[in-house]
Structure formats: structure tokens, C-alpha cells
Design a protein around this ligand. Structure first.
Ligand code: ARG
Length: 263
């Protein structure tokens, strides 16, 4: 497993230097998993999750997710924004289907990437986008720094995204969602070793796998009790037994995010 983790880190470094869509791909190719019906979820809509944003390139091709936390602020993953500029990205709200043309497209006037970010497996995987124009959608609230209890092992968390529906599959045209239980730090550390930074990350998934975020879901929300508590960050493959998804532990970065939201 550590060999795979090293391969993944290498892939992340390569991806970080590549173009928009490539920055979304963190995992190196691994053994092909059986196709699983995000993996293991169900279809949903941006009417149900109005704060769910597509992060796209200038041609409106989605490569990451984001969460609208105020009319002009979107929380996403730092690894999604590496190599991007305010002119290379768009945020699209109210568009359930990747091939849709509806909803609201906003330009980005500022990209804040957590200055401590280096690689998703080192933590600090959070970014905040400032939109040039307001999104007319209901926002999500996010955890405050004191709400560390929300991650108690076994708590039901909701994941949402347009990412691939199997480890080496293709993206979902329609938005998908699933629920996964949070995983204890001890358990996640035994899966990922020192790549799991408990202060900055939280894991979620079933021991047997089968339900997970996957490539293209990054930057999107992990909701606990309907509140943004995590950001889709990385994992070994997708939905593999013994390898839960890893999410940014937002309580750690809540104050930093608030500074950006109020800026
Ligand atoms: N890094 C991926 C992305 O950029 C997300 C991977 C999530 N992987 C997982 N097994 N939960 O879209």
C-alpha cells in the first residue's frame, strides 16, 4: 500500500503542473475495480443541493466541485486550483447536467489557495474563490472551528459530485450523491499511514468500500447534518475496501475560510 501511495503522490505532483482537467486527477492508475453504481450513489439535482457548484475551465468543462457559502464565495480544494488563474476558471451554479447550458456562469475575480498547501496528502487542501458576479442560489453554512465533534466515527456524511462512477470510469452527466460513515483517525491512519494528517483530514467510507467520491468530485462538499464539514480531497483508488475517501477537515480551516469569505 505504501508503494501505491508513493505512486499517487508522484501523480499528484505531475498533475499539479498540468492543465485544468489534469489538476483534478490525483490518483495514479491502479487495479481496475468492478464498476460500481460519485461511486455507489444515486442521481440528484442542483435544485436539491443549490449550493453545489461546478468548477469548470473557460469552456465550461467541469473538472472539480465547489460549495457556495455566500453569494460570491465558493469553497473548493486547493489541489483543484493549482495552476489556475482567474481567467482560466468559471463557476457554474444551477446546472444539474454536465452537458447542460442552463444555470448561472460566474467569472472568478480572486483565487485564494491556502498558502500552506503543497500536496493533498500533506493536508491544507482548501481554496476559496471570489466570484465577479453573485450566484442567486441558497448557500451552505460551514462548520465553525469549535465544532470538532461533528466528525465522531460512524457519523453519516453526504458526498455530492459529478465525478467518475467507478475507479477508472467516466464522469456522471447528472449530479450524484451518496452517504458514507466517517472513519476514526486510528482506522484511517492504518489505511494510509503518514499520508493521513489527522489535524487536516477526515476519512469517510465503508470498511468494505463500494461507496466513495472519485476523480472529478474533488473540491465538492462533505456535508454532516447538512453543514459543510469537509472537502473532497484524495484517496487510494475509489471505493476500494480498506481505503476510505479523504476529506479536508474543515474545522481546522474554518477561521481562514471566514477571513476569505469576509474579505
Ligand atoms: N483527487 C480526486 C479529484 O481531484 C478526488 C479523489 C477522491 N478519491 C476518493 N477515493 N475518495 O477529483
Amino acid at each position: 500500500m505504501f508503494g501505491l501511495n508513493r505512486a499517487k503522490k508522484t501523480a499528484a505532483v505531475i498533475a499539479a503542473t498540468a492543465a485544468a482537467a489534469a489538476t483534478a486527477l490525483l490518483s495514479a492508475p491502479t487495479a481496475v475495480a468492478a464498476p460500481q453504481p460519485i461511486v455507489g450513489g444515486t442521481t440528484t439535482t442542483t435544485t436539491t443541493y443549490p449550493f453545489m457548484m461546478q468548477i469548470t475551465d473557460a469552456s465550461q468543462n467541469q473538472f472539480c466541485g465547489g460549495t457556495l457559502v455566500s453569494a460570491t464565495k465558493v469553497v473548493t480544494a486547493a489541489h483543484c486550483m493549482v495552476g489556475e488563474t482567474t481567467s482560466s476558471v468559471r463557476v457554474v451554479g444551477g446546472r444539474t447536467y454536465l452537458n447542460g447550458t442552463n444555470g448561472t456562469v460566474a467569472r472568478v475575480s480572486k483565487i485564494w489557495i491556502n498558502p500552506s498547501y503543497t500536496d493533498a496528502t500533506n493536508g491544507d487542501d482548501v481554496a476559496v474563490l471570489t466570484l465577479s458576479t453573485s450566484m442567486p442560489y441558497t448557500t451552505a453554512s460551514y462548520v465553525s472551528s469549535s465544532q470538532t465533534g461533528v466528525y465522531a466515527a460512524g457519523t453519516t456524511a453526504r458526498i455530492i459530485g459529478w465525478g467518475t462512477t467507478s475507479e477508472n470510469g467516466s464522469s456522471s452527466n447528472q449530479l450524484r450523491t451518496a452517504t458514507v460513515p466517517t472513519v476514526s483517525d486510528t482506522s484511517c491512519r492504518s489505511s494510509y499511514g503518514s499520508d493521513y494528517v489527522a489535524t487536516d483530514m477526515v476519512c469517510a467510507g465503508y470498511t468494505s468500500g463500494g461507496v466513495d467520491t472519485c476523480q472529478g468530485d474533488s473540491g465538492g462538499p462533505l456535508l454532516i447534518g447538512g453543514v459543510l464539514a469537509g472537502i473532497t480531497s484524495w484517496g487510494e483508488g475509489c471505493a476500494e475496501a480498506g481505503y476510505p475517501g479523504v476529506y479536508t477537515r474543515l474545522t481546522t480551516f474554518s477561521s481562514l475560510v471566514t477571513t476569505q469569505v469576509n474579505s
